[in-house]
Structures are given as structure tokens and as C-alpha cells.
Design a protein around this ligand. Structure first.
Ligand SMILES: [Zn+2]
Length: 205
């Protein structure tokens, strides 16, 4: 996407965080729609089939969950938005509108700054034990959780314990509860699930 003056908003170049990254080509105002995440629109089953043979230590993921039906494979005909890195203290968020995924600035971004959003990758029982190592985050944020994956879900046992954990969470900086995601089919017959980024906010239909 381009600014009103016609100059590009972002630029892809090597990132210190991870491989290629996307950087603000000019000052970007909060609320600006920076890019659309595009690519091949496929089913979850097809995504698993496509990436079943991907090496376990490969942490590149161009898959983005739109909803329970659709995944966007940015690796096939995808826009430069696929190069936007994960950040634990992001300056952008993803917004789903009419089954399309957009990246929007949630703060003002100065020219030259790296653009990032929280990948919010879900955990799966088939994940290898070193999944957090594979998806280690080096975003450098004070609140960096060290992983591109969402924190493991806390077991719900005692109410008292749950309350205590909640209190602690609100006290900590930068640990906003993740928005709920679209329900996914419970049990997949594919042993290994391809890793997907998940959507933040949903708008429209
Ligand atoms: Zn981080």
C-alpha cells in the first residue's frame, strides 16, 4: 500500500530480528493500514499437507489463519507483508475484514523502524519439545516472551490459583491477554500440523 502522496509505506530488507524484515519507509501514523497479507488461499488440511515435510527446525512460517476454513499461504504468490517479523511489543496488529487480512499501525511508527505484529502462534500437541527454541523470539522488547508462540494455556484447577495467576498477569507489563481466535477443527488426522500465524482482530462480516 502507498501513502496519499504515492510513496511506498514500507520496504523489505534484512532484519536483525529474523531474516528479512519490513521497515517503515516514512513516518506512519497510528491507525494507518500498511499492507494486506496476501497469498494462496487454502484450507487448513491443504496447509498441513503442503508443509508436512518441512524440517522441524524450520521457523519460517508464511501461513496465516483467517478463520476455521481458510489459511493464507504467503509463500505462494504472497505480498511483501509475509516478511513482517513477529514482535512481543508490536507497533502493528492484524485485522481481518471480509476474510482479508490487513496490517495496521497501532502506534505512530517513525521512518526506518521495523514493523512487527504479534504472530500469536498456537501451540499444538504435535509440536516438538523444543518448539520454543525453534520459534525463539529476538525482538528485543522489554516484555519479550522469548517465543513467537502464545504462552501455554494454564491448567484450570483451583479457582484461588486461577485468581492469583490473573492478578499477577495484569501486573506484568505487556502481557495483554490474546484475543480469542476462530475455532479450529478439533482433531486433525495429519500428525504434523503446519505452523500458522493467527489473527488479532476481526472486523466486518
Ligand atoms: Zn519477543
Amino acid at each position: 500500500m502507498k501513502s496519499s502522496s504515492g510513496s511506498p509505506l514500507m520496504r523489505v530488507r534484512r532484519s536483525r530480528v529474523h531474516g528479512s524484515g519490513v521497515f517503515a519507509a516514512r513516518d506512519i501514523r497510528k491507525g494507518t493500514r500498511i499492507a494486506e497479507y496476501t497469498g494462496d488461499r487454502i484450507s487448513h488440511a491443504e496447509a498441513d499437507r503442503r508443509y508436512a515435510h518441512k524440517a522441524d527446525d524450520d521457523n519460517h512460517t508464511f501461513l496465516f489463519t483467517v478463520d476455521a476454513r481458510t489459511v493464507i499461504d504467503g509463500g505462494v504468490g504472497g505480498s511483501p507483508a509475509r516478511f513482517i517479523n513477529h514482535s512481543c511489543d508490536p507497533n502493528c496488529e492484524t485485522v481481518i475484514e471480509d476474510k482479508r487480512v490487513f496490517i495496521e499501525a497501532i502506534r505512530s511508527i517513525p521512518a526506518g523502524a521495523e514493523i512487527g505484529y504479534d504472530y500469536m502462534i498456537d501451540r499444538d500437541p504435535s509440536d516438538p519439545p523444543n518448539i520454543d527454541e525453534i520459534f525463539a523470539c529476538r525482538c528485543g522488547a522489554t516484555a519479550c516472551r522469548g517465543s513467537m508462540l502464545l504462552p501455554p494455556k494454564k491448567p484450570r484447577r483451583k479457582v484461588a490459583k486461577k485468581k492469583a495467576a490473573k492478578k499477577k498477569a495484569t501486573k506484568r507489563k505487556g502481557t495483554k491477554p490474546a484475543p480469542r481466535k476462530a475455532p479450529r477443527k478439533a482433531a486433525s488426522k495429519v500428525a504434523k500440523k503446519a505452523v500458522r500465524k493467527a489473527a488479532g482482530r476481526k472486523r466486518g462480516r
